[in-house]
Ligand binder design. Structure first.
Ligand code: ZN
Length: 381
């Protein structure tokens, strides 16, 4: 089925939701959006039953899924399991995220992602290295014993992926501005996170090329009257993107509404920060040798720190509508178009527009995932 038309859906186009419009897919790409009444005779049609057809979700922070933690298994098979686990919840593209670890694990992770992309594993867009260039004071569940400042060889290793996107989360007060510049010059996106920086240090990081903030509010210095901190720098800056975990646990809905009010539209994006239980029946996993169990959907380590989430992207979208009161159109863009822009791939992903890769998700009236397409290839939930 190389060429087909998706019909009878409410389609989220660049201009908003449209009905009566068919999405023509050819060779894995969106060939056209055309009135259903004018479809060529003989084209294969798929009736989507009046559901919501959205750009497939893009999650830039996925530690694990399908029962697998990327750190524990930096392999192509693990990436396949993680991507499949998240696809059930509408993610058609993700950055497997390695939390702070030793250089040999990082090297293996980059190699696995390169191979997965080369083999066409559905849904793998690149890699997110969250640490180890971060701050002990804001380590969260990361192992501070792994933290270090990258030298030239390490910069080269961390930015070695040549067939996908690299995102690096670091603490700008721990990493020289020239190092941030070097990472950006080598094609990486750099975000501030797990950082104890003051406002001036965060600002200097932005000036050096930081374009994102990792899980805004969590594991960073807060906004205060005389010291705006990293949160203040993030909210004030109109150019950068902020990832947020909308699970009702990591951030209070009021704080999220403050961020939405402060940032220009399009600069807040949904992430899951998901752990292996997403897309798996097993609520437990091992992290740095410690067994961690999700309780009531909340993931904490033995010390009580939040250790990622049990959130999936479809739930994040529903929470953005239900907890934050945003229309589905905006919640969906926060899960697709905006992360694609942050990663610099919105010319081909994160939108339902001619020329884009046919990465799509179909939701029903309860905003549950019914079907996804990656490169035009369907998978039904
Ligand atoms: Zn984190």
């Amino acid at each position: 089925m190389d060429s087909f038309a998706l019909t009878n859906a409410n389609v989220l186009t660049d201009g908003g939701f449209r009905s009566g419009l068919a999405v023509l897919v050819e060779g894995g790409r969106i060939a056209a959006l055309a009135p259903e009444s004018g479809l060529p005779a003989g084209i294969v049609r798929r009736d989507l039953g009046g559901g919501q057809l959205l750009p497939g979700f893009i999650d830039v922070q996925v530690n694990g899924g399908g029962g697998v933690l990327f750190n524990n298994a930096p392999t192509v098979e693990a990436l396949r399991a993680i991507a499949a686990g998240h696809r059930r919840f509408g993610s058609t593209g993700l950055l497997p995220t390695l939390i702070s670890d030793d250089a040999d694990i990082m090297r293996a992770a980059v190699a696995a992602v390169r191979q997965a992309i080369a083999e066409g594993v559905p849904g793998i867009l690149g890699i997110h290295l969250e640490g180890p260039y971060i701050a002990p004071e804001r380590k969260g569940t990361h192992d501070a014993g792994k933290f270090r400042v990258p030298d030239a060889a390490e910069i080269e290793m961390a930015t070695a992926l040549d067939n996908g996107v690299t995102l690096i989360t670091l603490a700008p007060e721990r990493v020289p501005a020239d190092t941030i510049r070097a990472m950006v010059a080598r094609g990486a996106k750099v975000a501030a996170g797990h950082t104890a920086a003051n406002y001036a240090q965060a600002r200097a990081g932005l000036d050096a090329g930081i374009t994102g903030f990792t899980h805004l509010y969590n594991a960073m210095t807060p906004l205060q009257g005389r010291e705006p901190g990293v949160v203040g720098a993030a909210l004030e800056d109109p150019h950068s993107w902020c990832g947020v975990i909308v699970d009702g646990v990591h951030v209070h809905p009021a704080s999220l509404r403050v961020a939405l009010a402060a940032k220009p539209r399009g600069k807040i994006l949904l992430v899951t920060d998901a752990m292996p239980m997403v897309g798996s029946d097993d609520p437990s996993f091992d992290l740095y040798g410690e067994t961690i169990v999700a309780k009531d959907g909340v993931v904490r380590n033995a010390a009580g720190a939040l250790a990622g989430s049990a959130l999936d992207m479809a739930s994040a979208v529903r929470n953005t509508v239900g907890l934050l009161g945003l229309p589905l159109e905006e919640a969906a863009r926060m899960a697709s178009t905006y992360p694609a822009r942050f990663l610099g791939i919105d010319d081909r992903r994160g939108r339902i527009a001619p020329g884009c890769v046919a990465d799509l998700v179909l939701l029903d009236g309860a905003l549950q995932v019914r079907e996804t397409w990656i490169g035009g290839v369907p998978w039904q939930a």
